[in-house]
Write a protein that binds this ligand. Structure first.
Ligand SMILES: [Zn+2]
Length: 109
């Protein structure tokens, strides 16, 4: 048996992957921690990949229509790059940003 199929953001998290957001209209990319599925659940949003992607907007073209969600290798703890800033750029709801920030801080404890 191979690994279970990945259908939701939670599946990505369980598999140890993060989310790569890719706007193919602008060729912009961003990464977020897949723990964000907790924020989605808290808001009652679907976590299936094809539905969750509509919650992300490209900062440049302001569209979510051309944004893809794909699995990304989770960054190592010593590479605490700017992906939390990327999240803020991509995730358009202020309330969700707070939820997400809480979730990430929870994980790092
Ligand atoms: Zn774009």
């Amino acid at each position: 048996m191979g690994p279970p199929p990945i259908r939701t953001i939670k599946d990505l998290d369980d598999a140890g992957h993060d989310l790569r957001l890719w706007c193919y209209a602008c060729e912009r990319e961003g990464m977020i921690d897949s723990i964000i599925w907790e924020a989605f659940v808290a808001k009652g949003w679907p976590i299936e990949l094809d539905q969750a992607r509509r919650r992300f907007k490209c900062k440049k073209c302001r569209s979510s229509r051309d944004v893809l969600l794909v699995a990304a290798t989770r960054p190592k703890p010593d590479r605490e790059i700017t992906w939390s800033n990327v999240v803020h750029a991509w995730f358009f709801s202020r309330k969700s940003k707070r939820l997400f920030k809480g979730a990430v801080e929870e994980r790092r404890r």
